[in-house]
Each structure stands twice: as C-alpha cells, then as structure tokens.
Design a protein around this ligand. Structure first.
Ligand SMILES: [Zn+2]
Length: 139
C-alpha cells in the first residue's frame, strides 16, 4: 500500500511539475496577439465582401426564378380568361395569386410583356446590355 501511495504522490508531483512547465510556456505576447488579430482582420476583409456578393447573387437568382414563375402564371391567367394585360389586372393578380414576393425584392411590375422586379431585373438587364456592347466590336 505504501509503495502505491508513494507512486501516486510521485505521479501527482510529476503531473504538477509538467503543469508548471506548461503554465510557464503558456500565453502569448502582446505582439503575437496583435499579429493574429491583424491577420484575422485581413482575412475578414477579404471574406466578408465576397460573402455579401454571393448573397446578392443568390437573391438575384431567386428573384429571377420567382419573377419567371409569376410571369408564366400571369400569361396563363390572361390566356385562360381571354383578356389583355392592364396594370390594374396585374396588381389584382398579384394580390390574389402571389402570396409573398419576398421582403428583399422591389416592386413587381409587368413591363413590355415581362414580369420585372424593380431591384433585380433592371440590374440584370444592364449586365446584359453591357455584354451586348462588348460583343459588337468582335462581329
Ligand atoms: Zn427582386
């Protein structure tokens, strides 16, 4: 039993000794902490804008899908009822058939035979226009 107690004490002392050594080498200097903070700041500065860009693109894609869906439904509605488009009919159609156009979207409107979101559709059109302008010189 004695030998057991001694060996346990020895173990505890060893552990404490190791812990002391660990404690002594623990902790960062202020410069090391500042360096880590600066690196994290730089990484965040790179990552956050690209994340926001991804979110914007995802919202625009979702908007494109939902406006296309509304467009299809509205065209079908006009065809079934054998009526022509008016702004009044379109806003009534939105009220009756479209529950939620999303809080991140602008006003849904029907312009030149297409359903458009006042935020996303216009931006997309500008992109397409720019692409067309770039392509013209090569033809
Ligand atoms: Zn939208």
């Amino acid at each position: 039993m004695l030998s057991n107690d001694e060996s346990i004490r020895g173990l505890v002392e060893k552990c404490l000794g190791v812990e002391k050594v660990k404690l002594d080498s623990k902790g960062f200097t202020l410069v090391e902490l500042l360096a880590v903070l600066v690196i994290l700041g730089i990484l965040a500065g790179i990552a956050i804008p690209s994340v926001f860009r991804l979110i914007e693109k995802a919202e625009a894609d979702a908007c494109h899908v939902s406006t296309a869906e509304i467009d299809r439904m509205y065209e079908t509605y006009l065809a079934i009822e054998s009526i022509d488009h008016t702004d009044m009919r379109f806003s009534q159609f939105l009220k009756d058939h479209v529950e939620n156009t999303g809080s991140n979207h602008g006003e849904i409107s029907y312009v030149e035979g297409r359903v458009q979101c006042s935020i996303h559709s216009n931006a997309e059109e500008h992109e397409y226009e720019q692409e067309d302008d770039e392509e013209v010189p090569f033809l």
